[in-house]
Design a protein around this ligand. Structure first.
Ligand code: C2E
Ligand code: CA
Ligand code: CA
Length: 795
């Protein structure tokens, strides 16, 4: 609101300011011109006034001269002067002066004495009369009393000059009034005092101003334009002052100025109103758009900008509305995917957690319960590496669909991790939830058609219930997932959350967390267990096995932490460490004069590590150990994760002279035929078969058969887990090349092992009896366990 108003004000000011400036400038210019014009006209009328006054005074002089000469030529006057008849003289003078308007009339004799006069005359200047000798007429301005008079002196001739006729006319306000009437100006007669140039006049004027020049002069509240001119050519003492009041001069200008100002103000008001209307029209759309933008900012996308105009603002409003719709769509989309998984369009973890919280928080479960399933799809990484990521995505979508079908309207399915789902089942207790879980598992295992393939999806599910197990939404999901991990660790498909689960889960987390520092700080040690050759029982190799005594958790079995290290990837660092220690030991054995190989266990991740080969070679070189002295033990399952890569890696390692041993043989699912493609030199029969060699005749048959087949494949055989001499002798009798087990020694730290080795006395191990029980049992055709599949796969 404030911004819009500011813009409108700015626009208004922006348009008004120049208009105002132009207006004022024009007004000033016009007024100046008018004032100049008025003043010039007044000055001109003063100059004209002077000319008119001069013209009038000159005409008056001529007229009065004539009147004087008429008197001087009067016969009666001449006669009465000649006869010195004063009464007649006075009568003539009186008549005549009244007729012509003279204030003074006199006859002066040639000596300058007054013969007769109708008024007091100051002594006539004799020089004036002397001049008159040669003149027909003398005109002078004289002061009579305080009043200036224009005096005409004419000779009275009979026929020679016998006297002088003098006529005097007052120069007074009457005369000034007459000139005023003629010029229309203020006129006054002033007498200048020669000594101090002070003027006496009815009006104020500047006596020092030059003659016949217009000047301004202040008097009273007014200013006057004035000019003065001599009353007569012969007299500079008496002057005629013509004046005009500036107030009067400027009166028409002032009214013009008032009219102009009024007109300008009216124009400005009109223009202001027009501009205000215009700026309002221009800023209104902006105000509307601003309001709409603020609505949008506050999340209200339903506010439509309505501008009924076809101009740029109208088009802007259309674009704005289009933008509003697009942003609303995009925001809907974004907020949907903030709570949903993009691949399956199922709610994500945040959403399911929020929903659970609101169900639990609403208190609607008072007498009922709520269960949650945590579902993980197994082997998705293998499927992805075999069929590609898009197939993986398709399978996830198929699984999501299956989960939706199985849970129906009993629950909600959420996709909470790459291969992880959750199903919440309101109103279902743990047992009912287990039923749903089993339905889900069998649906996934039924097979899923992906193109031409039918893919079985294996899953692990954990179940937890509220309020039985968990006290809130967060715990419910977490406990279901703890139960799932527990199931996975125990190689089960399904598990319910048990109270001890949490403790085990914590322990596992602790182990995972501490492995890197345990390797760095050498808390994890490498121990050695000997393998002896049959039948002479000489020690030909040692297996390197890790041992970890955790400062708080105590001694940990490799089975406790090796799977954890595999799951986080720290197994790679662990294997490098074991390899280094193995090579260090090999160097030491060799230096001590023993001809002993070292065996190191590798896991899947090691085989897929693209630096494994260079690392193995570098470590051997570092300790100067020949490649022939290193055995790498790999399990069938570790190779099966990625057969082509593992096979290639093992082939390249073998080509350098390193030997490969197949560990735990008999526990996996592959047949010997499948194992044929794997590059190896040695086969280790799992201790599960060796343990019970004597007690279980079936196992003896299996072992014997495996040995025979292995030999057929040009593989040497190691029996692990040999705990007694009898088993060792049996194995020797079966042609087994090597034994390993507690019968020889438990795994020992390097020092103890070195001592053990120094004390070791080999004694020949050969079979005491020569009955061939294996063939007898095989003939009885009893079912075989464990390696049954292995042997049948061989057929
Ligand atoms: P494995 O490679 O099959 O190792 C043989 C296991 O059998 C060892 O258990 C050993 O102590 C045990 N054993 C040896 N002789 C006998 C016997 O006469 N009777 C009985 N009952 N057991 C015997 P351990 O050391 O607990 O190792 C368990 C597994 O941990 C190993 O099985 C191996 O898979 C893994 N492992 C151990 N060290 C490493 C390692 O450095 N790297 C990798 N990747 N895995 C390792
Ligand atoms: Ca092993
Ligand atoms: Ca083994």
């Amino acid at each position: 609101m404030f911004r819009a108003r500011r813009f409108r004000t700015k626009l208004l000011l922006f348009m008004m300011a120049p208009l105002l400036a132009v207006q004022i400038m024009m007004l000033l210019a016009v007024l100046r011109l008018v004032q100049q014009d008025v003043t010039e006209t007044a000055t001109e009328s003063l100059s004209i006034g002077v000319a008119v006054a001069e013209e009038y005074l000159s005409a008056r002089r001529d007229q009065l001269s004539n009147a004087s000469q008429v008197l001087a030529s009067d016969f009666g006057l001449k006669q009465s002067v000649a006869t010195d008849d004063e009464a007649t003289i006075l009568s003539v003078l009186d008549n005549h002066s009244r007729r012509v308007g003279a204030k003074v009339a006199a006859i002066v004799d040639l000596d300058g004495d007054i013969l007769a006069a109708n008024a007091e005359l100051p002594g006539l200047d004799t020089t004036l009369l002397a001049d008159a000798d040669n003149e027909e007429l003398i005109v002078k301005t004289l002061m009579v009393g305080n009043t200036p008079h224009q005096v005409f002196v004419v000779p009275l001739k009979a026929p020679v000059t016998i006297a002088w006729v003098v006529l005097g006319f007052t120069v007074d306000t009457e005369l000034a009034a007459r000139i005023e009437t003629l010029t229309g100006l203020e006129v006054s007669i002033a007498v200048l005092n020669d000594r101090d140039r002070e003027g006496r006049s009815t009006r104020a004027f500047d006596p020092l101003a030059p003659l016949n020049t217009v000047y301004t002069h202040a008097a009273g509240n007014d200013e006057w334009l004035s000019i003065h001119t001599p009353f007569a050519a012969h007299s500079n003492d008496v002057i005629v002052v013509l004046q005009q009041s500036m107030q009067a001069v400027l009166a028409p200008y002032l009214s013009a100025r008032r009219n102009l100002l009024l007109f300008g103000a009216a124009l400005l008001i009109l223009a202001g109103a027009a501009i205000a209307w215009f700026s309002q029209t221009v800023s209104e759309p902006l105000r509307v758009l601003g309001k709409a933008a603020r609505q949008m900012m506050s999340g209200n996308y339903s506010y439509r900008v309505e501008l009924e105009s076809g101009d740029e603002f109208g088009r802007l409003a259309d674009s704005f509305n289009a933008m509003r719709t697009a942003i609303a769509d995009r925001e809907r989309h974004i907020s949907h995917y903030a709570t949903h998984d993009a691949l399956t369009d199922l709610p994500n973890r945040t959403r399911i957690l929020r929903d659970l919280e609101s169900v639990i928080g609403s208190g609607s479960l008072k007498n009922s319960c709520l269960s949650a399933l945590s579902i993980h799809l197994n082997k998705m990484a293998e499927i992805s590496s075999a069929l590609g990521h898009s197939a993986n995505d398709e399978l996830i979508k198929l699984a999501a669909e299956r989960l939706r079908q199985c849970s129906g309207d009993r629950g909600t399915v959420a996709h909470i991790g790459t291969n992880e789902f959750a199903v919440t089942l309101p109103g279902l207790d743990t047992n009912q939830a287990i039923d749903v879980a089993e339905t889900i598992q069998s649906a996934l295992e039924q097979g899923n058609t992906l193109g031409q393939l039918n893919i079985v999806l294996n899953s692990v599910i954990g179940v937890a219930s509220y309020p039985y197990h968990a006290k809130d939404a967060n715990e419910l999901l977490r406990f279901a997932s703890v139960a799932r991990v527990e199931a996975d660790t125990g190689r089960h498909k399904l598990a319910t959350y048990e109270l001890h689960c949490a403790a085990q889960f914590q322990r596992r987390l602790r182990i995972i967390n501490d492995i890197p520092s345990a390797i760095r700080d050498r808390q994890i040690e490498v121990w050695f267990q000997p393998k002896a050759r049959l039948p002479d029982a000489n020690i030909v190799s040692v297996e390197c096995l890790v041992r970890w005594t955790h400062p708080e958790l105590g001694p940990l079995s490799p089975d406790d932490f090796i799977p954890a290290a595999e799951s986080t990837g720290s197994i790679i660092d662990l294997s490098r460490y074991v390899l280094t220690e193995a090579c260090r030991a090999a160097r030491a054995f060799s230096d001590a004069g023993y001809d002993i190989c070292v065996a190191v266990n590798l896991s899947t991740r090691d085989l897929l590590d693209d630096q494994i080969e260079s690392h193995v070679k570098n470590t051997l070189t570092k300790f100067d150990v020949p490649t022939g002295k290193l055995i790498l033990e790999v399990t069938e399952s570790s190779i099966m994760e990625d057969v082509p890569t593992s096979v290639a890696v093992l082939e390249r390692l073998r080509s350098t002279g390193i030997r490969v041993s197949m560990d735990d043989f008999g526990t996996g699912h592959s047949s010997l035929a499948q194992l044929r493609q794997i590059p190896m030199d040695e086969l280790k029969i799992d201790k599960a078969f060796v343990d019970t060699l004597i007690s279980d005749p079936h196992n003896e048959d299996i072992v014997r058969t495996v040995i025979r087949i292995a030999h057929g494949m040009k593989l040497e055989v190691v029996a692990e887990g040999v705990e007694d001499e009898e088993s060792a002798r049996r194995l020797a009798g079966m042609g087994c090349e090597r034994i390993q087990g507690y019968f020889l020694s438990k795994p020992l730290p390097i020092d103890e092992f070195t001592t053990w080795l120094g004390n070791y006395q080999p004694s020949e191990l050969s079979e005491r009896r020569s009955d061939d029980r294996a063939f007898a049992l095989a003939a009885a055709n009893e079912p075989l366990s464990g390696v049954e599949r292995v042997i049948s796969g061989e057929k």
